[in-house]
Ligand binder design. Structure first.
Ligand code: BGC
Ligand code: ZN
Length: 370
């Protein structure tokens, strides 16, 4: 079958003929892949800055954001049936018996660093025709979400982040008074840094949770991000026109920053204006460039005197996938047009090597297999 693979030693990305995966356990599910999303991580992998093939393999089949259709299920499979739309999870646990998170199915918190990630690190990914995996890594998506299901994986980033925010902000019980029936973020202000797919999906989660949400971003490309952002109820502030300080003056006390750019200098500038009792969530994985100057005294004073928290998060657990699928259904009914506008191109598999190796355009590029 066809697959898109990166050969780190040859420094090539190309279409390959890849063996069909066998069904090897009664809990296995076989998926026919429908759509594969492309993100910054893929672009890092195909420029050989990140990722690794399975041990002993010459190449890595890329692709981790995906939507497939179950075509065969093992005899012990209970949650998936043929014909179901499925989004497989990315990260797989390490095998160390002493890794408590992996043994508790929370490989997103793996402590040994020996986890694998399909399409990224040590395991083949999903940019291919057929995929087999255990049903425990499969998440069924309602058929009504056929057009948006491929956004599940990038949305899990925000899902896990907000789940963590609710946990750590239990330290502020007055912000979520019980029994009011109000959305949990009501009365709080969030800033999203970046208007790529991760930022926009994160902003939708925050608006939906009741936060007064502002997206702060540099315009890139011909896409009118500001109109898109406003269409689902967030504000847009252009980073070219306003400094982070001016942004903070407009917003008021910033209770939450959701960083989704991977650009560390502007992120640390944002950290300087985080509000009292605020949380700053980092989700980006910047490439290592030179050191930059940061006002550490200011940041440290603020962290202490304003009870601030800085949180990094890598996705994702099963609950985050479930949350993402539920949210996609909500967004599809609240903001169908905005959700549709997140996917800006659909490219056939044969043209995928050029797509992933080329300059990113639009918001979310998707590779289709039909
Ligand atoms: C993926 C995650 C993965 C992370 C780090 C992201 O692009 O969406 O699943 O954990 O990269 O490899
Ligand atoms: Zn990704």
């Amino acid at each position: 079958m066809k697959a898109v693979a990166v050969f780190p030693a040859k420094r090539k990305v190309q279409l390959v003929e890849h063996p069909e995966p066998p069904m090897s356990s009664p809990t296995d599910v076989k998926l026919r892949m429908l759509e594969i999303g492309v993100c910054g991580t893929d672009r890092e992998i195909v420029t050989f800055q990140y990722g690794s093939p399975p041990p002993g393999a010459e190449y890595l089949v890329i692709g981790h954001e995906s939507l497939g259709e179950a075509v065969e299920v093992g005899s012990s499979v209970t949650r998936v049936k043929p014909g179901d739309l499925v989004v497989p999870m990315v990260r797989r646990p390490c095998s160390d018996p002493t890794c408590a998170p992996c043994r508790a199915a929370r490989q997103d918190f793996c402590t040994t660093g020996e986890f694998t990630e399909r399409g990224i690190r040590g395991a083949h990914g999903f940019m291919t025709e057929l995929v087999v995996d255990d049903e425990r890594y499969m998440n069924v998506v309602p058929a009504t979400l056929r057009d948006f299901g491929v956004l599940t994986e990038p949305l899990t980033i925000a899902e896990k982040a907000i789940a963590e925010v609710w946990k750590v902000q239990q330290r502020l019980p007055w912000t979520r008074p019980a029994g009011t029936g109000q959305p949990p973020g009501r009365g709080q202000r969030a800033v999203v840094l970046g208007a790529g797919p991760v930022g926009l999906l994160g902003a939708m989660v925050l608006v939906n949770a009741g936060f007064e949400t502002t997206v702060y971003s540099r315009a890139s490309g011909p896409h009118d991000k500001s109109g898109l952002v406003r269409s689902f109820g967030a504000k847009y502030v252009a980073a070219e026109a306003y400094t982070t300080k001016q942004l903070a003056e407009q917003v008021g006390n910033i209770d939450l920053v959701y960083e989704a750019t991977g650009a560390s200098p502007v992120a640390f500038e944002m950290l300087e204006v985080l509000g009292t009792n605020g949380v700053f969530v980092f989700t980006g994985v910047p490439g290592r460039k030179g050191p930059v100057e940061v006002d550490t005294d200011l940041i440290m004073r603020n962290l202490v005197l304003k009870n601030q928290l800085v949180l990094g998060t890598v996705n994702a657990d099963r609950d985050a996938y479930r949350g993402a699928i539920r949210h996609l259904a909500t967004f599809a009914s609240r903001w169908p047009q905005a959700l549709g506008r997140l996917i800006t191109s659909r490219t056939p598999l044969d043209e995928a090597p050029a797509l992933v190796a080329g300059q990113p355009t639009g918001i979310k590029s998707v590779v289709v297999l039909e």
